[in-house]
Ligand binder design. Sequence first.
Ligand SMILES: Cc1cc2nc3c(=O)[nH]c(=O)nc-3n(C[C@H](O)[C@H](O)[C@H](O)COP(=O)(O)OP(=O)(O)OC[C@H]3O[C@@H](n4cnc5c(N)ncnc54)[C@H](O)[C@@H]3O)c2cc1C
Length: 459
Amino acid sequence: MSCKQFLKRTQIKNLKSIFPPEDLLLTPEQKLIFGTDSSRMLDMPWAVVRPKSPEQVRDFLYFAQKERIPVFPRARATNMVGACVPRGGGIVLSLLKLNRILDLDEQDFVAVVEPGVITYELQKALAAKGLFYPPDPASVRISTIGGNVSTNAGGMRALKYGVTRDYVLGLEVVLPGGKLLNLGSRCHKNVVGLDLTRLFIGSEGTLGVFTRIYLKVLPKPPFTASFLVGFSDLDQALDTVQQIFQAGILPTALEIMPDLVLKCIEDIAPVPWPKGTNAVLLIKLDGHEQGVKQNLVELEKICAQASVRLKGLGKEEEELWELRRLINPASFKLRPTKMSEDITVPRGKIKEAMERIKQVGQKYGLPILTFGHIGDGNIHTNIMYDVGDDQEAANAQKAKKEILRIVLGLGGTLSGEHGIGLTKAPFISWQVEPEVLMAMRQIKKVFDPYNIMNPGKGY
Ligand SMILES: Cc1cc2nc3c(=O)[nH]c(=O)nc-3n(C[C@H](O)[C@H](O)[C@H](O)COP(=O)(O)OP(=O)(O)OC[C@H]3O[C@@H](n4cnc5c(N)ncnc54)[C@H](O)[C@@H]3O)c2cc1C
């Protein structure tokens, strides 16, 4: 496939006037990898551009709007929903070369970064100054701040600290046409006018392109500890979650691994829980040493009936969390393909949601793993199937739809953190009323009148 089929000579000439040859990719070999993301969907872009400065982003978006060329912003492409796949064709705008940490201010408790900074690199740089940026998607080492803001990424620490949205103070945004907006400020409080910063957070590249991000940071908690606790049944584990909150303990993270997940892990690694354990809670605490240790004593008391109780301090803490990280590789023992959903239900409905999802698996003869952020109702749901088996693949699709209906019936949401992108776009009207969808589309028109920004994504 040649770019010349899609871009006119004059357009390529224009692109060459903005980008040097190494930052303008035109051959199929160069472009291929930019056509996909973690959803594994693929569409070949017409070209890929890699700006090194906000000025280049501005010049490019001026050109793209004038020529009505679709633009697909892209960072590390770890999103699972096809959010940066160039569906329908257009130019991929890779933000990875805008990757400078501009300021880490210990007085203001503010970090100023370009969007292509890897989130873990920022966390490390902050930790060296005794500062802390809490959002921690499991992809923290491979995803960027820009991608995280654009998807409003969550993570395990969301229970105590909230999600990316809670840390974005301001944004520099370039709109299609090249206009620059400075939204918010570096103040921790600001209620002047409409909160357009929040509107851009989670917008999946559909409104404009972030070129600079102002983040709130916190003092780094001086001490952390973890606690693994096993139960003979799921109900006991879920009741224990309630008791933890009732005792006034707000863990940093609170994760659940039910029976099928435990069996998968047991198949690939030595595990610390005894036979007959059918649910495990993994709990993380942070704060001052004395307070954390006091909480551990209380947790021991709350979990007195458990089949296993393990404290993790220092190095041992990471060993406990390594078990959680094994879920992904272990799940492929069940089937070669995974359909990964990140539904969320009100916390009081978690038990019912997990039971009913299990029944859907039984109905279609498919293993469905449910696990994850039990503390905030965000249950990762992996439907395992064999993509080479037509019957199983069709059943997986049916199971997914049934699960989404169940979740919405319980007052839940289609996505707690992965977003809508392409894969969930057909279902958004199941959750969002027509009037609200219409309002979203009208808002998009204000910023992107010709619908060139990541068209077809989200809403
Ligand atoms: C192993 C694994 C674990 C994961 N765990 C989690 C998790 O715990 N929590 C969670 O929330 N997600 C998780 N994810 C999903 C994913 O990592 C997040 O959605 C992440 O925020 C995407 O970041 P990215 O840099 O890869 O962005 P990309 O995937 O490249 O882009 C994501 C979206 O952002 C847009 N975008 C990117 N940069 C900009 C910019 N500068 N301006 C405007 N729009 C932009 C793109 O157009 C796209 O719509 C996980 C993914 C994987 C593969």
